[in-house]
Design a protein around this ligand. Structure first.
Ligand code: GTP
Ligand code: MG
Length: 148
């Protein structure tokens, strides 16, 4: 089993898509092990997107991500990182499959409503960055019905 960091960006919160996005991960069978609504600082977001420093869109990305609260979540389950990215869709929503979150709810790459970790290593880094207090441990009642 694997953990991934999924974040609803400010546009997803403003567009009232929080419940729908959470529902997709719940319904797929993933287990929610951390959740918070936060107004992130630019400093914090620069750490989160450190790999993109130097890109032309970086300043705009930081402004966008700091423009309102975000919902940070950790979801746990089979192949959570890769499958989480498939559920979000391609970075550019115009290239996202219908049925993915971006493919169903947005159009512009700079307003693509959600984030998902791109590797297991980065997931662990992002979980530490956004949840230094750690995640929650509990047994889900669904576990034996979702996994063999
Ligand atoms: P995240 O899940 O948010 O990390 O997206 P990603 O992994 O699919 O893409 P990447 O990490 O390469 O880029 C991070 C974010 O920067 C994207 O989700 C977009 O919001 C934004 N971004 C990436 N490329 C562009 C671009 O060419 N133009 C603009 N305006 N924004 C971009
Ligand atoms: Mg990324």
């Amino acid at each position: 089993t694997e953990r991934t960091y999924i974040m609803i960006k400010p546009d997803g919160v403003q567009r009232s898509l929080v419940g729908k996005i959470i529902a997709r991960f719940e319904e797929r069978g993933y287990k929610l092990i951390a959740l918070k609504l936060v107004q992130a600082t630019e400093e914090h977001l620069e750490k989160h997107y450190a790999d993109l420093k130097g890109k032309a869109f970086f300043p705009g990305l930081i402004k966008y991500m700091a423009s309102g609260p975000v919902v940070g979540m950790v979801w746990e389950g089979l192949d959570a990182v890769k499958t989480g990215r498939v559920m979000l869709g391609a970075t550019n929503p115009l290239a996202s499959s219908v049925g993915s979150i971006r493919g169903d709810f947005c159009l512009a790459v700079g307003r693509n409503i959600c984030h998902g970790s791109d590797s297991v290593e980065n997931a662990e880094k992002e979980i530490k960055l956004w949840f230094p207090e750690g995640t929650v441990q509990y047994t889900s009642a669904l576990e034996s019905w979702v996994f063999e």
